[in-house]
Ligand binder design. Structure first.
Ligand code: SF4
Length: 373
C-alpha cells in the first residue's frame, strides 16, 4: 500500500474498521452502519479493491445469459414495480411452456447462453406443474443451460397456490431441473421498509427461511439488496448483517448483488415517496461496503450495470466488484421503468472489461470460468 493510500485510510473516520477488515475480522452491525454513514467513499473503494484483487487479481467475469420474464401477472402490487399487471389487465401475459422452452433454445443457438434467469410475477393461475414441465423440457432440450430461477417470493406464491410448503416446492422444482435461486425479493430485509414498499410480499424472515431451506437442499443462490427506497443506514446495515449471518450457517450464497432502485413509472415515484435514483457515487460506496462486509464470506460481487450503466459498472470493478453480471438478453422488469438499455451482448461486456485493463472471463452459472477472452 502506498504512503498516500495509508494516509488516506488513517485520516478517514473509519480507519479502525478498515484496519480490522484488512486483518480478517468480521464486522458487527455498528461497524456496518458506520461504514454506510461514512462520507469517504474513496477510502472504502481502496479497501474494496484491495480485497477484490487478493482473490481475483485482474480477472473480471460475466455470464452469457437471458432473462426470461415468463409472466407479468401479479397479485402483490409492489409500489416499486413498473412491470406487473393485475389479473385480467389487457396488458397481462403468460408465456406457454412451449414458448419458454423455444426462447431458451433460440438463445442457446443464437448467443451460446449458459444460463437462463427465469423470473416473473406472482401469478395465482400457475400451478407447480407449469414450472416442472418448463424446467424438465429445458433440461431435455438444452442440458448445457443452467436454470437460475424463481425468487424466494415466487417460491412462496407457488406453495400457497398448491397449499403446500416452500420446502416441498423447492424439492420438487430441484427434481425438475432448477439449479440455483436468484436473490430477488429481498429488497431491504427490514419489515418496516417492506411494509412501506411491498406490504403484500413475504417478510424478511420468510425470505431468509426460504433461502435457508434452498441451501439445505443443495440449491445455491445469490443474495441481493435493492437500496434507495427511502430506507435508513441502520436498515441497510441490518440487511447486510442478516445475509452475513445466514451465510455463516449455510455457505449457500454464491454472490451478492447490490442494485439501486429505479423509480421511473412506479407508484413510489407517483406518490412522491422517491423522486430520483440514488446515483453513481452511492453505487460505488455500496459495492465497496459489500466487499468489505462480506470479506471471507461471499466471494462474488456483481457490478450492477443494469440500473447504473456500463461506465459505472466499470468503476464498480475498481471498488470491489469482480463480476459484471449477465448479458441479460430479453430483460423486461427494469426496462419497464424506461431505464437505460437493459441488455448487452457479450462482445460489449468483454470490451468494457478490457477497457479498464482487466481480463474478461466468461463464467457459467456456478462462477466457474468456461472461456477466457
Ligand atoms: S416486484 Fe415482483 S412481486 Fe412485486 S409487483 Fe413486481 S412482479 Fe409482482
Amino acid at each position: 500500500m502506498s504512503f498516500f493510500v495509508q494516509e488516506l485510510i488513517q485520516k478517514s473516520d473509519i480507519s479502525d474498521i478498515l484496519d480490522q477488515v484488512l486483518h480478517g475480522k468480521r464486522l458487527a452491525l455498528n461497524d456496518c452502519i458506520r461504514l454506510l454513514r461514512s462520507d469517504n467513499p474513496y477510502a472504502l473503494g481502496i479497501i474494496g479493491n484491495i480485497l477484490r484483487e487478493k482473490i481475483f487479481g485482474k480477472v473480471a467475469t460475466f455470464v452469457n445469459n437471458i432473462i426470461l420474464n415468463y409472466t407479468n401477472v401479479c397479485i402483490t402490487y409492489c409500489k416499486f414495480c413498473a412491470f406487473y399487471r393485475a389479473p385480467g389487465d389487457s396488458e397481462g401475459y403468460t408465456l406457454s411452456v412451449d414458448d419458454v422452452v423455444k426462447r431458451v433454445a433460440k438463445a442457446r443457438d443464437q448467443f451460446g447462453i449458459s444460463q437462463v434467469l427465469m423470473q416473473g410475477g406472482h401469478n395465482p393461475d400457475l400451478r407447480i406443474e407449469y414450472y416442472e414441465e418448463a424446467f424438465k423440457t429445458i433440461k431435455e432440450k438444452c442440458p448445457d443451460v443452467a436454470i437460475h430461477g424463481l425468487s424466494a417470493s415466487e417460491i412462496d406464491t407457488i406453495s400457497k397456490v398448491e397449499r403446500s410448503n416452500t420446502k416441498e416446492v423447492l424439492s420438487r422444482l430441484k427434481e425438475a431441473g432448477l439449479d440455483t435461486l436468484p436473490g430477488a425479493g429481498a429488497e431491504i430485509l427490514d419489515d418496516d421498509v417492506k411494509s412501506r414498499i411491498s406490504p403484500l410480499k413475504i417478510k424478511s424472515d420468510e425470505w431468509l427461511n426460504i433461502m435457508k431451506q434452498a441451501h439445505e437442499l443443495g440449491i445455491k443462490s445469490s443474495a441481493t439488496m435493492m437500496y434507495g427506497t427511502g430506507e435508513d443506514y441502520e436498515q441497510r446495515g441490518r440487511h447486510l448483517v442478516k445475509i452475513a449471518e445466514l451465510q455463516e450457517k449455510t455457505g449457500g450464497f454464491m454472490s451478492f448483488i447490490p442494485w439501486s432502485f429505479e423509480p421511473n413509472n412506479t407508484k413510489m415515484q407517483a406518490e412522491g415517496m422517491i423522486k430520483y435514483p440514488s446515483g453513481g457515487l452511492e453505487l460505488l460506496k455500496m459495492i465497496a461496503i459489500s466487499r468489505i462486509v462480506f470479506s471471507g464470506l461471499i466471494d462474488h460481487l456483481q457490478s450492477s450495470w443494469l440500473t447504473n450503466g456500463i461506465g459505472m459498472a466499470q468503476l464498480a470493478l475498481t471498488y470491489g466488484a469482480d463480476d459484471f453480471g449477465g448479458t441479460l438478453i430479453g430483460e423486461e422488469v427494469v426496462s419497464a421503468t424506461g431505464a437505460r438499455s437493459t441488455e448487452l451482448t457479450s462482445d460489449k461486456i468483454i470490451t468494457a472489461i478490457k477497457q479498464i485493463g482487466f481480463q474478461a472471463h466468461e463464467r457459467n452459472n456456478f462462477y466457474d470460468t468456461i472461456r477466457v477472452h
